[in-house]
Design a protein. Structure first.
Length: 376
């Protein structure tokens, strides 16, 4: 059997066409740092989300790093975070000198819930970092008053969730300090990049200074001046005009991404319904722009994974639990649900170049692989 081309990659970037012209225009300007092109992209994203302002940075990881610093998180502080996430989430916590407090996820959604958050709060808790796995929003509205009373910030890792809704509002517009990733395979790509949605103008100013080496003045102002002011610590994590140009072109076509990703996820969900040995992780597709399609393989995941890879099907694993990583061993605690999920999780090929025929091919291969491994 020949595997369809769309099934060979777990994820691939998707370009609409105008991205190339945007990059060429930015290249010809001769200015490749944070420029008016970046400012324009920030404004476009703010309008799309329905927020007053956004802060563009070099990556989703740097968005988390800067957001934690802007929220005042630092040495001695504890951040509640699910273990089921990409290691970048945890590295951002360590980068500010804080420590992770790993918590369980729901086995149905792979996201944290309010009960897990409340149970994990200690005297040192200063932030909660929900991870919007697969694009699904995490609603902590019922515990927000308790968190606010204790001075605990909510810093959303929304790397998967650009375009998704939390209730009637887009993720990023609900009052949390929200961080997006615009990496190569995200719902919207800048090639590489990230975005912070600050909670207020003061926090926005902090984020801007932190991303730009602590310099107070804008790049445009400095071009006309003989000096500048540094009033604190900062990083060099601005988004370049080249990346912003790609993002701006992508955003103009985001309705296509939203429609296609929802359709692909629904096609998978329908094809997987009732399949023996595997179940789909629910992303709440009516309100989400799915970033991936994850399944739990209930027995012999590793064998199924190897069989599918050998057949040319681009499956992946997102993610091995972080509390079991040697780098984070100091913060290990038993998390039986996460550990079980970690043994079962597998992501199916999911990108906008795929067709529903590709989905049928992948699910047929999965069904055959499950049957083969069950007989060994």
């Amino acid at each position: 059997m020949t595997i369809a081309a769309g099934a060979g990659d777990n994820a691939r970037p998707y370009l609409y066409g105008p991205e190339e012209a945007g990059v060429v225009e930015a290249l010809r300007s001769g200015q490749y740092g944070h420029t008016a092109v970046t400012d324009r992209f920030e404004g476009e994203v703010a309008t799309f989300l329905g927020v007053s302002e956004t802060v563009a940075v070099a990556s989703g990881t740097s968005a988390l790093h800067v957001a934690l610093l802007a929220a005042g998180i630092g040495p001695g502080d504890e951040v509640i975070v699910p273990s089921m996430t990409f290691c970048a989430t945890v590295q951002a916590i360590l980068a500010v000198g804080a420590r992770p407090c790993f918590v369980e996820v729901s086995p149905r959604t792979l996201c944290i819930n309010s009960g897990a958050v409340l149970d994990a709060i200690t005297a040192d808790t200063r932030a909660v970092m929900p991870v919007l796995y697969g694009g699904r929003a995490v609603d902590l509205c019922d515990v927000r008053p308790a968190l606010t009373e204790r001075g605990i910030a909510v810093v959303e890792d929304a790397a998967h969730a650009f375009g998704s809704y939390n209730g009637a509002q887009r993720v990023g517009a609900t009052g949390a300090l929200t961080c997006f990733s615009f990496g190569p395979i995200k719902n919207l790509t800048c090639g590489q990049g990230g975005m912070i949605v600050p909670r207020n103008p003061l926090e926005a100013d902090r984020c801007r200074k932190l991303r730009g080496l602590g310099i107070v003045e804008s790049a445009a102002w400095r071009a006309e001046a003989t000096g500048y002011t540094v009033d604190g610590f900062g990083l060099r994590v601005q988004m370049s005009s080249l990346n912003a140009a790609i993002g701006s072109a992508q955003l103009a076509h985001f309705d296509k991404a939203e429609t296609k990703r929802k359709a692909l996820w629904r096609a998978y969900a329908n094809a997987l319904r009732g399949m023996d040995g595997a179940s789909v992780v629910d992303v709440d597709v009516e309100r989400s722009v799915p970033h991936l399609c994850a399944v739990r393989v209930h027995d012999r995941r590793d064998q199924v994974f190897r069989t599918l890879r050998a057949r040319g099907v681009g499956v992946g694993t997102h993610y091995p639990p972080n509390h079991l990583q040697s780098a984070f061993a100091a913060w290990h605690r038993p998390l039986p649900v996460t550990e079980q999920v970690g043994r079962e999780i597998m992501t199916l090929p999911f990108h906008q170049r795929m067709t529903e025929a590709d989905v049928e091919t992948v699910t047929a291969e999965l069904r055959q692989s499950l049957a083969q491994t069950a007989t060994r």
